[in-house]
Ligand binder design. Structure first.
Ligand SMILES: *[C@@H]1O[C@H](CO)[C@@H](O)[C@H](O)[C@H]1NC(C)=O
Ligand SMILES: *[C@@H]1O[C@H](CO)[C@@H](O)[C@H](O)[C@H]1NC(C)=O
Ligand SMILES: *[C@@H]1O[C@H](CO)[C@@H](O)[C@H](O)[C@H]1NC(C)=O
Ligand SMILES: *[C@@H]1O[C@H](CO)[C@@H](O)[C@H](O)[C@H]1NC(C)=O
Ligand SMILES: *[C@@H]1O[C@H](CO)[C@@H](O)[C@H](O)[C@H]1NC(C)=O
Length: 425
């Protein structure tokens, strides 16, 4: 019954607190980690296969009882859904991926993957049944979505999600401490911890991105960023002392020295971990004149902009992840992979390696992402896209990056298709 798992080759990367400038040591630790993972997965009698091109989530669809083949199934994935993803390593060393999306009913759902059994678990987050989630009438159709993980310790973490209310307000709920990825989580586990009145009113089709302290060398607080009706990007973070020594929100508007972003710009976010310097966050947006733009924020008040060598003709979807550390003289220097796609045009890669930005060629492995131009990534180097299922609906497909961030850049366009999560729910 159980097939051994066929894990894609691990890309060398730092794990935990093993970074000490020793390439060989890092490599052996990664290799050891990979062997432990594979051994654990095989011992755990794996049912799915990561490299399967077929769906590895079985449909639990509540198909509407209608003779009309064009009838909209409220429980199917919304074709215009946006996506957001986050990853974490749990206390047993398993890789976990979280993926947020919206259904036709406007409900917001979370699929969670645990490498111990290589299965996706589907859970409702905002489905109209809970008080914090409210009626689905208050959720924007095609809402911005964001998910992040606050890392307290190897075994404790909070998960935050963000979406937009029909009157524009950014909404957020959090799952305290233990969101399971091996059995479904109740929508009642998500609580509204923060005062709703403290949240920004975003533009009508704005993006929302978020980040929370995800590693020891990362920015310390819980952050979100969105585009205001003025087109400007604003940020908010929750610090321990913001409100007269008590926890509260601090705010920043990215205006001085920053180009005007395009209306409804996509926003990508990648952390800048640092061992010896100040960690930060990079936001990538499209400027009003069409250029890919990087905004570096130190997470506490200072920011600056760089205009990159990538131009768009129409509204682009932009996603990004980072690799390495923003420190001098180490074997894992900072890198970025930025993927961008305009509807029905190729997916392009723009990357940062060894201190230089390069506008690379198209990524043909991701050509299925072109038609809908709805993408997400996570720091675990997974890519998700909304793809037409050939049956009037859509499905979500996953790819894994197959490159060494410090290796030959010619391999940076290597993305391996992992699986399809069609008919989720
Ligand atoms: C299927 O949908 C119907 C009508 O919306 C609902 O009453 C029923 O509880 C649903 N069944 C499941 C298993 O979700
Ligand atoms: C579907 O609807 C038809 C007519 O309304 C009804 O006769 C039939 O029992 C329904 N089937 C199911 C599975 O609910
Ligand atoms: C996500 O995956 C990356 C790469 O494996 C890892 O370095 C990072 O620690 C993970 N994130 C968390 C919060 O564990
Ligand atoms: C926006 O909607 C929320 C929830 O539906 C409501 O609590 C809030 O008062 C509304 N704000 C405005 C300005 O209408
Ligand atoms: C991942 O699965 C393993 C084995 O079932 C389980 O022990 C672990 O708690 C799961 N991780 C999470 C975060 O649920």
């Amino acid at each position: 019954m159980a097939k051994p798992i066929n894990l894609p080759p691990p890309s060398p990367r730092p794990v935990g607190n093993t970074i000490c400038g020793l390439r060989a040591r890092t490599f052996w630790i990664v290799l050891f980690f990979a062997i432990v993972l594979v051994a654990g997965a095989v011992a755990g009698a794996v049912a799915g296969t990561l490299t399967s091109r077929k769906s590895n989530i079985k449909a639990k669809t509540n198909i509407s009882n209608s003779s009309d083949p064009n009838a909209i199934d409220p429980n199917a994935i919304l074709p215009s859904t946006r996506l957001s993803s986050a990853n974490f390593t749990d206390e047993f060393g398993f890789d976990n991926y979280l993926l947020l999306y919206q259904l036709n009913s406007k409900a917001i759902y979370l699929s969670a993957f645990n490498s111990s059994n290589a299965k996706w678990i589907v859970s409702p987050v905002v489905d109209g049944t809970t008080e914090t989630g409210e009626s689905l009438e208050t959720v924007v159709e095609g809402t911005a979505l964001s998910i992040d993980i606050y890392w307290h310790s190897e075994s404790t973490r909070d998960t935050h999600i963000y979406w937009q209310n029909i009157n524009g307000t950014v909404r957020t709920v959090l799952y305290n401490s233990y969101l399971s990825t091996s059995s479904p989580d109740s929508p009642y586990g998500w609580i509204e911890k923060y005062n709703r009145a403290d949240f920004k009113v975003a533009g009508t089709r704005a993006s929302i991105v978020s980040y929370a302290h995800g590693c020891n060398w990362c920015v310390p607080w819980t952050y979100y960023f969105c585009q205001l009706p003025t087109q400007r990007i604003t940020g908010a973070w929750r610090s321990a002392t913001a409100d007269n020594g008590q926890p509260g929100w601090e705010f920043i508007d990215f205006v001085n020295g920053v180009s005007l972003p395009a209306m409804d710009t996509s926003i990508a976010l990648a952390p800048i971990p640092s061992l010896n310097n100040t960690p930060g966050l990079s936001l990538f947006t499209q400027s009003d004149s069409g250029a890919l733009t990087q905004l570096v924020f130190d997470g506490e008040g200072t920011f600056n902009e760089a205009v990159l060598n990538r131009e768009f003709n129409s509204k682009a979807m932009i996603v990004a992840f980072s690799t390495g550390f923003d420190d001098e003289g180490i074997d894992d220097p900072l890198g970025y992979q930025i993927l961008s796609v305009e509807k029905s045009a190729p997916v392009y890669l723009t990357y940062y390696q060894a201190g230089s930005w390069i506008a690379a060629n198209e990524v043909s492995a991701l050509s299925d992402c072109s038609a809908r131009a709805s993408m997400a990534t996570n720091q675990g180097q997974r890519i998700y896209c909304v793809v037409d299922d050939g049956n009037n609906g859509v499905e979500i497909v996953e790819w894994a990056w197959q490159a060494d961030p410090n290796g030959n850049a010619a391999s940076f366009a290597n993305y391996e298709r992992v699986g399809t999560y069609g008919e989720i729910l």
